[in-house]
Design a protein around this ligand. Structure first.
Ligand code: NDP
Ligand code: OXD
Length: 320
């Protein structure tokens, strides 16, 4: 018997990876796995904590004894925007592996556009041997990051290692070595200097639909890549997809790499699938490592139960 409060798990992740990680997770603590049909109608009032990713909306109403809710990912919009929540701490996932993966995706996509990935892939398919003249270097290109939190700050550092000139924008001004930063009021100046725009913002009331034609029109049109490029790995709800498709078609944007979409999976009829200047990845930039996620939650629960403050608690007022 244990007197530890059970942890409720409702993760809409790949089921196999959850099942592989569960047997060694949360030693000495009962786990209520909502993926197990036997728990469907179980009384949840004894659960002390919930770890969720896009959970059943009814869960929070049924689990009346919760002391904290843990997000299965870095983002919490899937919790805040969809559920009537009691006044509980919501903790997001901050993790070395997730951060590294996101920076890999950002650097990969910036290099793809810098090094003419679309053209060389097409040439290979056509067996054409032709070097593109006047290849710019990373140092000739300014990457502008919207969002300088855990992920944006790490991506900035790694882009710099590759030689890119990096600038960044966030609600409050940041101090990152070698990176020129702008606060909320500096948005237009930031956009005017940006050749590759990288979206790493959370989805909140303030950021919903922020990437639209008006914003894309303010990006630098004089860069060495021949037009501005847009990358988004934050949240699809921040992009106006009609504007995005139109801007990619009329040259306001030269190209894009998109990992996130307003509605996921991306509708098979979306024009974004087939535009020749768009890379689509299926919300795969930085998936949570389930074992690391379980360790993080265990650590935070231990902190709480030993009287230490939780880390990575979301500010409910700002929504991230
Ligand atoms: P953080 O909370 O650490 O950082 C968020 C950043 O966005 C901060 O710099 C914050 O500014 C800035 N920001 C928020 N709102 C505004 C605003 N209205 N105007 C200007 N700046 C704003 O989050 P993370 O870096 O950990 O993650 C960012 C997002 O990435 C997540 O919320 C999630 O949506 C997404 N994500 C996507 C994944 C994928 O696989 N595609 C994987 C993981 C995360 P300030 O610093 O001033 O507070
Ligand atoms: C996250 C995500 O928020 O994977 O962690 O989108």
């Amino acid at each position: 018997m244990t007197d530890k409060h059970p942890i409720l798990i409702d993760l809409r992740f790949d089921r196999e990876s959850v099942l592989r990680a569960l047997p060694t997770a949360f030693p000495g603590r009962p786990v209520i796995d909502m993926g197990d049909a036997a728990n469907r109608d179980r009384d949840l009032s004894d659960a002390g904590y919930a770890l969720v990713w896009k959970p059943d909306p009814d869960l929070v109403r049924r689990a009346t004894g919760l002391k904290a809710i843990f997000s299965g990912g870095a983002g919490v919009d899937h919790i805040l925007s969809n559920y009537q929540l009691p006044d509980l701490p919501i903790v997001r996932f901050v993790d070395r592996s997730l951060t590294d993966r996101m920076s890999e995706w950002v650097v990969w996509q910036c290099l793809h556009h810098l090094r003419n990935g679309f053209t060389y892939a097409a040439q290979q398919r056509a067996r054409v041997w032709s070097e593109i003249a006047d290849q710019p270097e990373a140092r000739d290109v300014t990457v502008g990051l919207m969002g300088l939190g855990v992920l944006g700050a790490d991506a900035a550092t790694k882009l710099k290692v590759m030689g890119f000139h990096v600038i960044g924008w966030s609600r409050s001004k940041k101090d990152i070595a070698g990176v020129q930063t702008f606060d909320a009021a500096g948005l237009d100046e930031f956009l005017g200097r940006t050749d590759i725009l990288v979206g790493l913002l959370p989805l909140t009331d303030d950021t919903r639909g922020i990437y639209d034609r008006a914003l894309f029109s303010k990006l630098s049109q004089t860069g060495v890549l021949g037009g501005p490029i847009f990358l988004n790995a934050g949240r699809g709800g921040s992009q106006n997809e009609a504007d995005l498709a139109a801007c990619l078609a009329d040259g306001t944007l030269k190209a894009a790499s998109l990992d996130v979409f307003v509605s996921e999976p991306l509708d098979t009829n979306s024009p974004l699938w087939t535009l020749p200047n768009v890379v689509v990845t299926p919300h795969a930039a930085a998936s949570s490592d389930v074992r690391a996620l379980f360790r993080h939650v265990e650590e935070q629960v231990n902190r709480l139960e030993s009287g230490e403050p939780l880390q990575f608690v979301v500010d409910r007022a700002s929504g991230y």
